[in-house]
Design a protein around this ligand. Structure first.
Ligand code: ZN
Length: 292
C-alpha cells in the first residue's frame, strides 16, 4: 500500500542550529529555510548504517567521503525502479544514492553541492569558476575566460557577478603533469581493440579495469605494460606480457640521463611517502643500481 500524506510534508532547515525542522520556525526562534527536495517528500533521518554505506560508496567512487563526521543527514526516497534516496545535509540536496540491481552496487549521483564537498578546497568559497590547467597560462597573461576552458562553476553565479577564477587543482601533482605531456603528445591515449581478450582479462575480478586495459593493449602492441599492482603483474606473468613498474621507469630515466641520481632517490622517497611499499632488500638493490 502506498503511503499517504495529509497535506504537504515540507522539509525546512534552521540556519542557526543547522538542523532539519518540519515547520517554518525552529525551536530556537529562528525562521527556517525551505529545502528543495524531490517530491513527494518521503523523508527519514540517515542512521550510522546509512552514512557508512554512503561514505563508503563516495570513497570508492571519488576517493573522499560525502558526509562529514558528526553531520546530520536526511534521506528522501525518490520514486525510481531501483532503490534511490536523495541525501540532504546542511539544508541542501548533495546527491542521490541509487542501488543498481544488476551490479548489486550503490552508485552516487552527485549534484553540484555534493561535488563541491567531494573535492575539498572549494567548499567554503563561493562564486568560483574552475578552469582547465591548459587555460591557466593564457588567462594569467590577460586573456578572457572562454566557455571551453571552464570545467566547473559555482551554481549561484548570476550575470554581473564578480567571480574568482581558479586553475584546476588536484591532490596528485602528476595529474597536472600528465595533462601537459598528453597535450604535447609525448604520450597518447589508446584503447585496446580486442574486446574479447579484454573481457577474458577482466574475468579475474582482482584486476582493476585500468590494469586490464593496459595488459590488453600491451599484448596487442607487443609492448611493455607498466603496472604496480601485484595482481596485475601476476596476470602479466601468466599471459606472457612483458611488464615493469614505476621503479623501472625511474631507473631507466636515470640511465638515459633524464634524471640525476639525487632526483631519482627523491622520486623513490616520494613514492614511499605516498604509500608505495617495497622490501628492504629491494630498496637496497635499487640504491645499489643507482650508484653504478
Ligand atoms: Zn534553530
Amino acid at each position: 500500500m502506498k503511503k499517504m500524506y495529509l497535506g504537504k510534508l515540507v522539509l525546512h532547515w534552521c540556519p542557526q542550529c543547522n538542523l532539519p525542522v518540519l515547520g517554518e520556525t525552529c525551536a530556537c526562534g529562528c525562521s527556517t529555510q525551505k529545502v528543495n527536495i524531490t517530491p513527494p517528500g518521503d523523508i527519514r533521518p540517515a542512521f550510522n548504517y546509512d552514512i557508512d554505506y554512503i561514505n563508503n560508496t563516495a570513497i570508492e567512487m571519488f576517493g573522499a567521503p560525502l558526509i562529514a563526521t558528526g553531520k546530520i543527514a536526511i534521506l528522501n526516497k525518490v520514486p525510481s525502479d531501483d532503490r534511490m534516496e536523495e541525501i540532504i545535509v546542511d539544508g541542501a540536496a548533495l546527491a542521490n544514492i541509487r542501488f543498481v540491481i544488476e551490479s548489486k552496487k550503490w552508485v552516487l549521483l552527485t549534484r553540484m553541492e555534493g561535488a563541491v564537498r567531494l573535492f575539498p578546497g572549494k567548499d567554503k568559497r563561493s562564486k568560483w569558476v574552475m578552469i582547465d590547467a591548459s587555460a591557466v597560462g593564457p588567462i594569467s597573461g590577460g586573456a578572457s575566460t572562454l566557455a571551453p576552458g571552464v570545467i566547473d562553476a559555482d551554481p549561484e553565479i548570476v550575470p554581473g557577478d564578480e567571480v574568482v577564477v581558479e586553475g584546476k587543482k588536484s591532490g596528485n601533482p602528476e595529474v597536472y603533469l600528465i595533462e601537459k605531456i598528453i597535450a604535447r603528445r609525448i604520450i597518447t591515449i589508446k584503447m585496446p581493440t580486442d574486446k574479447q581478450y579484454l573481457s577474458h582479462l577482466k574475468e579475474n575480478t582482482k584486476i582493476h579495469n585500468g590494469d586490464a586495459q593496459v595488459l590488453a593493449l600491451a599484448s596487442e602492441l607487443y609492448g611493455i605494460a607498466l603496472l604496480d599492482d601485484e595482481e596485475a603483474r601476476g596476470m602479466a606473468e601468466i599471459e606472457g606480457i612483458e611488464h615493469h613498474g614505476t621503479i623501472y621507469l625511474l631507473l631507466r630515466m636515470k640511465k638515459m640521463g633524464l634524471l640525476t641520481k639525487e632526483e631519482t632517490i627523491d622520486g623513490l622517497n616520494e613514492m614511499l611517502h605516498k604509500g608505495w611499499r617495497c622490501s628492504t632488500e629491494l630498496y637496497a638493490e635499487i640504491l645499489k643500481k643507482l650508484t653504478i
